[in-house]
Design a protein around this ligand. Structure first.
Ligand code: FA5
Ligand code: MG
Length: 438
């Protein structure tokens, strides 16, 4: 949802738990996912709409745009070992603690992540598998997987998406230094001959520091290797097909970022159709991750990229919901090994319906509203926008108004049908959250 309001997260935490109790007061004692049974508790918040997507593994189909892209990235890093099919249920320790997320990090809240119970959750990123993969002693690896986040609803956000994680380990000794220097020379040579314009930031700076444990020269060389490796990937993905901007050179921008499990850290953006789009996050792996994985005397970089974001650019796919479509008019357009331009088979009219209500005393989080809509109407919702939020000056009661855009990807939705689903949304909203419709 395109919400311009700041989210006051932690102060509302205890209020949200009350809200969850109400929402899931009728929850069954256990739930089964991928053949395994999980006892439920007050953190359980996985919805049927989400459970339905678990196990689909879209990226393993070689003729699906996500699968085509997965193959393309894997062949670019052809000497990296590639992992697929890791189960999506992880512990909060794997997803957060092992990576150094602080105990009060907002991503941990049940408003932001899907929990089966307090000890089992759907991974929110592929970094959840870093420790176990490093622990296998692999020096170059890739990993693709479905990830889950409670989020806004619009054309580029979906609660299930796919990431690829990649990492490379160097020895923290003379041999490691020689290896990284040779690889940097090779990559610089390759990039110098290409039509790519890179806006860079310093590899290491006061705001994006190296780690104490690292030799300064080696830290600089490894950060540089990370950037060269990913610039080279961007060239494979976007540059070699005449660029994404019709004859213009490919423009890539590096930005300082922050992740609890890397420093220095960066994000990469690509200029596409007049806008900068964030494609991936990356950095030099925090030494405690390698320590936990028992990989001694080494230094590593890692990245995590969003497959949908890149596929939307490469295949001109306008709406993130389409990746889940089984409509032959979608699936038949793609061929293994080929990047092709998606031809929209129809553009159905949008149907906007507003709902205004007084909030219950405990409030209502935007993500709870979005999940309720998604669970009620499935993929008939295209986007949700909070268009009004105010507090009554006398009574102090708070009111919200959301605008829901109902639009099917595959057919025309009649106004009667849109009214019917909207009525059901309102009924569920009253029922589950106790709101008062205005
Ligand atoms: C991460 O998930 C980090 N784990 C990345 C990382 C890995 C950093 C290794 C350092 C080392 P982030 O939340 O920014 O970072 O997501 C990474 C990418 O996933 C984004 O750049 C974007 O391409 C994609 N992404 C994130 N949220 C969504 C979403 N809701 N829908 C589609 N793609 C998304
Ligand atoms: Mg990011």
């Amino acid at each position: 949802m395109t919400v311009g309001l700041a989210r006051a997260r932690s102060s509302l935490h205890f209020v949200r738990i009350a809200q969850y109790r109400r929402l899931y007061s009728t929850r069954p004692p256990s739930l089964t996912l991928l053949g395994k049974e999980y006892p439920t508790d007050s953190t359980t918040n996985i919805t049927d709409a989400i459970a339905d997507k678990v196990g689909r593994n879209l990226y393993t189909d070689p003729a699906h745009p996500l699968g085509i892209l997965h193959v393309l990235v894997s062949s670019h890093f052809h000497d990296f070992r590639s992992h697929v099919g890791l189960p999506p249920v992880v512990t909060p320790a794997q997803n957060f603690d092992d990576l150094g997320f602080p105990p009060d990090h907002p991503g941990r809240a049940p408003t932001d992540s899907y929990y089966l119970n307090r000890d089992a959750m759907l991974r929110t990123h592929t970094s959840a598998h870093e420790v176990e993969t490093f622990a296998r002693g692999e020096r170059r690896w890739l990993l693709a997987a479905d990830v889950y986040r409670r989020d806004e609803i619009d054309a580029s956000h979906y609660p299930v998406f796919h990431q690829m994680e990649g990492a490379r380990v160097f020895g923290a000794d003379e041999a490691g230094r020689a290896e990284v220097e040779a690889d940097n020379a090779r990559l610089e040579h390759h990039l110098a001959r290409s039509n790519i314009v890179i806006e860079d930031v310093p590899h290491i700076s006061a705001t994006n520091p190296r780690q104490e444990a690292h030799d300064p020269v080696m830290a600089e060389l490894v950060a540089k290797n990370l950037k060269l490796s990913l610039n080279s990937l961007m060239l494979t993905l976007f540059g070699d097909r005449g660029g994404v901007n019709e004859g213009e050179p490919l423009r890539v921008r590096w930005i300082e970022a922050f992740f609890p499990f890397t420093t220095p850290s960066y994000e990469v953006e690509v200029f596409f159709r007049g806008k900068w789009l964030e494609i991936l996050g990356c950095g030099v792996v925090q030494q405690r991750t390698l320590d936990r994985a028992r990989v001694p005397d080494s230094i590593s970089w890692a990245f995590g990229l969003g497959l949908e974001r890149i596929a939307m650019i490469l295949f001109s796919i306008p709406d993130i919901r389409l990746f889940w479509s089984q409509d032959p008019r979608f699936v038949s357009q793609f061929t293994a090994g080929q990047i092709s331009t998606f031809k929209p088979y129809s553009k159905y009219p949008a149907c906007y319906k507003d709902v205004s209500f007084w909030l219950p005393g405990s409030g209502l989080h935007d993500n709870d509203f979005c999940d309720l809509v998604r669970d009620t109407v499935g993929d008939l919702v295209q986007d949700v926008v909070l268009i009004d939020y105010f507090t009554h000056p006398k009574t102090n009661r708070r009111s919200k108004c959301y605008r829901i855009n109902y639009c099917s990807m595959d057919r025309s939705l009649s106004n009667e049908e849109a009214n019917a689903v909207h009525t059901q949304v309102i009924a569920n909203l009253k029922d589950k959250f106790g709101v008062e419709i205005r």
